[in-house]
Design a protein. Structure first.
Length: 173
């Protein structure tokens, strides 16, 4: 009889030990998953703040870089150019203005036909190398503004071109 009573007790003890081990394994799994989720969330948050900080710094620098009450603008007649699309004739009509740091510099350039024509020629050369697929996107327009600004810096030196604005931008398909 002692064999019969020992067996159920042994079986009962073994049965009770298995669920405890299974619960212990699940607890470790949840703990590991929790740690992984926290690490990924921390990494994502860090990446977000690191990428956002330079944009905020650039906006602050841009806002402080120019006093708009002293700034001037050089306006051009609208540009109408053929685009460099292969196999299709597409046109761009764009009105460009270049913001300069000083109103006196803008006035000097407006009065100097040579400087205005040099810059207009540079802009036309640039516009005719563009394709419609590229310049209709926001990134394409931003890149085009940057390239115009670089050419303006080169042509108008020592005057400081600050920004390029489009008041009209139409691509004809």
């Amino acid at each position: 009889m002692s064999d019969k009573t020992d067996k159920p007790a042994a079986e009962g003890a073994g049965a009770a030990a298995k669920p405890a081990n299974a619960k212990k394994g699940r607890g470790k799994l949840f703990a590991i998953l929790g740690v992984v989720v926290l690490v990924l969330a921390g990494g994502g948050g860090t990446a977000f703040w690191m990428m956002r900080a330079p944009a905020e710094a650039a906006e602050a620098e841009h806002a402080e870089a120019i006093d708009l009450s002293k700034a001037g603008i050089v306006k051009f007649e609208p540009f109408i150019v053929n685009l460099a699309d292969p196999g299709a004739k597409r046109f761009l009509r764009v009105s460009v203005g270049i913001i300069l740091r000083e109103a006196e510099e803008a006035k000097h350039i407006e009065e100097s036909e040579v400087l205005r024509m040099q810059l207009r020629s540079e802009i036309i050369d640039l516009l005719t190398t563009q394709t419609s697929d590229h310049i209709v996107t926001a990134e394409g327009k931003a890149a085009l503004k940057q390239e115009i600004l670089e050419r303006a810096h080169h042509t108008l030196a020592p005057a400081e071109a600050h920004d390029v604005i489009f008041s009209d931008f139409v691509v004809q398909y």
